[in-house]
Write a protein that binds this ligand. Structure first.
Ligand code: ADP
Ligand code: MG
Length: 475
């Protein structure tokens, strides 16, 4: 049987496959094409220069062992880098590869005519027809540092954000992770950092994206077989801002691809900024290796602002909108809306609107009505995550235990209670409740709700659980 590039490479691959993670194999080895075999030199085609660097960095030993096994001690490896024709530049070029002397599996300068067929980089941010890659930053200029008011609750996050903006990639705050509850300003700070960087370093490529959108794009790219383009696109970025990374929980494919992108950016001194509604320790269903990356940099918490900060946020908002409002009313609002800045703003906007629509003066009475509405609405706004947390705390178990597949009676009951309260206190569908509480289906949730109804009318102890939990969840 004759030895061909293909047969040698196939044998190498089966050896490599046994020695690395399936995902890594898929990412880094499946895209490689064996091109030719001359003497003992196997030429393989890789999709990009980055790809070649990554292989040399991480898999050179493995490649060497595989190749020596096939071709003996004089084996050599030649990389051919597929044209990176992603910038609208049609002129083919040959990539110079420094000869690596780490091993006798050598990279070489190659001069093989390469078919100019590499696909255009497909990503939603490139404006077609423009010669240079132009990546729209997706930043909102209205979210900047000037209008992000400082207080004890946000001082660390704010100043870390500013430090990063002054020297993106050049501080030890990489990644910078900003975390905190809803409406406390995570998205605002994330944009502010980006806006500031764009201002100071216009040549830098900055991209803001929500974790949700990132995930959608990734899924699209897998469907369309452009996963590599997706990765390469993100590797072009100097400052990558991903908002609400808790959205990655349970999505292992997205986590994996983000891990690769993150490593590449980090190794190349690029800045990564992340936000999350939880501290890394509390994140669920996020791979350990990713969590450990989050901890490389700085995690800064946004806490609920104190009274003074709330007053100054309100005053600043009124000032920018050119509205005057008596001090006691501002203070009344600040005093009564404590949990989140978005609601604070919402209340004041609604107050302004009410008074101008109805041509009424803003009085304390009106402020009371508006605030009452807001506070009432807030109460009802519990999340399924929160319900699971409260229920598992109440029964002194972990959320993972509550979600587990076990049939132990007290755990099943806790889970059923969580489902019952999720139905009662959120607008989520049965299916969505089921998928969030231990990946069950809608029928299970329906059954849980009925069971809780039944038990609470027949079992005194159980009724007490329901009452206690109702109280806790309505606070
Ligand atoms: P999150 O992303 O944490 O849910 P946002 O960044 O969307 O919160 O903030 C909610 C609203 O509150 C936004 O309109 C934001 O501008 C405002 N906000 C939050 N913190 C501050 C602050 N310190 N100063 C001024 N506005 C703030
Ligand atoms: Mg946000």
């Amino acid at each position: 049987m004759s030895v061909t590039a293909q047969s040698v490479w196939d044998n190498c691959l089966s050896f490599i496959k046994d020695n690395i993670q399936p995902q890594a194999y898929k990412t880094w080895f499946e895209p490689i094409k064996p091109v030719k075999l001359t003497n003992k030199a196997l030429s393989i085609q890789v999709p990009s220069k980055f790809f070649y660097e990554w292989l040399e960095e991480h898999y050179v030993k493995l490649l060497k062992v595989a190749l020596v096994k096939e071709l003996g001690n004089t084996a050599r490896l030649v990389y051919i880098i597929k044209m990176e024709n992603t910038y609208g530049n049609k002129k083919p070029f040959t990539e110079k590869i420094p000869s690596a002397n780490r091993s006798n599996v050598k990279a070489q300068e190659v001069d093989v005519p390469i078919k100019n067929k590499s696909p255009e980089l497909k990503n939603p941010f490139i404006i077609p027809g423009i010669r240079n890659v132009k990546i729209e930053s997706q930043l909102n200029p209205n979210y900047n540092f000037d209008n992000f008011l400082e207080g004890d609750s946000n001082r660390l996050a704010r100043s870390a954000g500013m430090a990063v903006a002054n020297k993106p990639g050049g501080t030890s705050f990489n990644p910078l992770l900003i975390f905190g509850g809803v409406g406390l300003g995570k998205t605002h700070i994330a944009h502010a950092i980006g806006v500031e960087i764009k201002d100071k370093y216009p040549e830098k490529t900055v991209l803001y994206i929500s974790a949700e959108k990132f995930t959608q794009q990734y899924i699209e790219s897998v469907k369309k077989n452009t996963r590599n383009d997706f990765i390469h696109f993100y590797q072009l970025i100097d400052v990558l801002i991903i908002d609400d990374v808790q959205f990655f929980s349970g999505k292992s494919g997205t986590q994996d691809v983000f891990f690769h992108i993150f490593n590449h950016l980090h190794q190349n001194g690029k800045q990564v900024i992340l936000t999350s509604d939880k501290a890394p320790v509390d994140m669920q269903d996020i791979e350990q290796r990713l969590l450990s990356r989050f901890k490389w940099g700085l995690s800064a918490e946004l806490q609920t602002p104190d009274f003074e900060t709330r007053v100054s946020i309100l005053k600043n908002k009124l000032y920018r909108d050119g509205v005057e409002m008596p001090n006691d009313i501002v203070e009344y609002v600040a005093k009564n809306i404590k949990t989140n800045v978005r609601e604070l703003e919402g209340a004041i906007i609604s107050l302004i609107a009410q008074s101008s629509f109805n041509k009424k003066e803003v009085t304390i009475e009106l402020a009371k009505q508006v605030v009452e509405k807001f506070v009432k609405n807030t109460k009802r706004e519990v999340s399924i995550d929160y319900i699971q947390k409260v229920v598992s705390d109440y029964f002194q178990m972990d959320v993972t235990t509550l979600q587990s597949k076990t049939r132990k009676r007290h755990i099943v009951q806790a889970r059923q209670l969580a489902m019952f309260f999720a139905k009662k206190f959120t607008k989520a569908s049965l299916a969505s409740i089921g998928s969030q509480i231990g990946k069950r289906d809608h029928a299970t949730v329906l059954h849980a709700c009925k069971t809780v109804d039944n038990l609470s009318s027949t079992d005194k102890q159980f009724r007490k659980y329901v009452e206690d939990l109702t109280k806790k969840l309505s606070l």
